[in-house]
Design a binder for this molecule. Sequence first.
Ligand code: IMP
Length: 466
Amino acid sequence: MKAGYSDVLIGLQFGDEGKAKVIDIIGKNYDIIARFNGGSNAGHTIATSQGKIALHQIPAGIFYPKTLLYIGSGCVINFEKLVTEIESVDNFGIKLGGRLFISSQASVIQPHHLLIDEIIGKAIGTTKNGIGPAYADKALRSTEKGIVNIRFGDLADNEEFFLKQIKKNLKDTVAEYNLKNIDVPLAMENFKKAYIKIKPYIQKDSLFLTRLVESGKKVLFEGAQSFMLDVTKGAVPYVTSSNTAAGAAYVGGDLSPHFHRKTIGVGKAIMSRVGNGPFVSEFGGEKSEAYCIEGGGNKYGKEAEQKLSVEELLQSDDLFEIGRALRMLGDEYGASTGRPRRVGMLDLVQLRYAVRSNGVDLLWLNKCDLLSDFSRTKLKGIPFVSQYIEEEKSIDYVPSSNVRQRRIKREIEYEKNFPEKIRKLRNFKDLPKNLLHLLARVESDTGCELLGIGVGSKRDEYILKK
Ligand code: IMP
């Protein structure tokens, strides 16, 4: 019997590149879509004619009824949020029974992880989903107070013992941080209720994916949080707490690299970043960083910004103001928090680095429609970063230290503007020639062929190159 194969899709920038959109497009070519890292910190929104579906833990690909969905052992699971998500998907008439499988080796996000992230996550600007504390406990495994890393399967195998331990971990945290107004019995009741609902989705067979692929099935691994936020490779500490690089699929995804075929990398033409940390191509640099972080309290969130005039901002001489306009035009606000995302120009040094680090075979560039908005500015064209200069020398990689990233001088080049609206176009050859020129530059600089581009936020607003 001929074995199947696996492809890996990851984000190449700082997250929110529109990975789910690409999976929604190419997902029909696969039998299984599988997650290998992260948890409910991921936020995918798929715009459909019936409204938007927000996915956090469930792999994208939900629209293909025969596609199986798998959450691998490298993920951390928030039961309560997963119940909400399953119910909201159910409201779209999509049933997950018999389709969704969660590895028994995936770690559980316990109530105390959420409390700790709320307290210590501010410095990094985390999503407060308890991700860091859950992965920290995974590495810690156990302390003098008992077991702190509790996996889905451990809990299922000995509920009484582990529910007691989860309660103890919660009580210990409440005491350690001297937290008031935490209703421990209520928190445990909610946790238990959600766990019972998620229990049927457990997959105890560690060779589940292996067996499927051996029998000819094809898997697409769906990365969360993107390469620049990798816990090892990114600008520590301003990263997430899992490995987001393509290779991590073959640890957290429960399949061997023997079956790997291709790596697909997703970027977007106007970049964004949420949370703290260096961002070389940011419009408005440190001013934008400070503004967006303060805006996390929603002072400058979506509602406040929508009152501004896009046209006036675009006409500004200040890149910070142009960035604000692009944030509004690209709807770059946190899907659940409304936090303004920091926006930046396409960074070809960073993109090339991410492509080479992950062995990306095919590239996808979303949000290309937004590039036409530069024709409404006074800039001499579409700006992009083409070189990094560090201490007067050109470097061809992104240093993972904050200090070094922050001292990089970026060199900006401009591609000719195009004023045409491209959302309705569906053929690559019909694209404005200036955009085709820029895309050819992206391919030659990264050494990677384009699979397709996004030309709008809707599901069908994309163009495949071939
Ligand atoms: P955490 O993953 O919640 O611990 O947050 C760590 C950093 O990763 C913060 O800067 C978050 O804003 C960022 N982050 C986490 N998940 C995502 C995502 O899905 N998209 C973009 N940024 C993310």
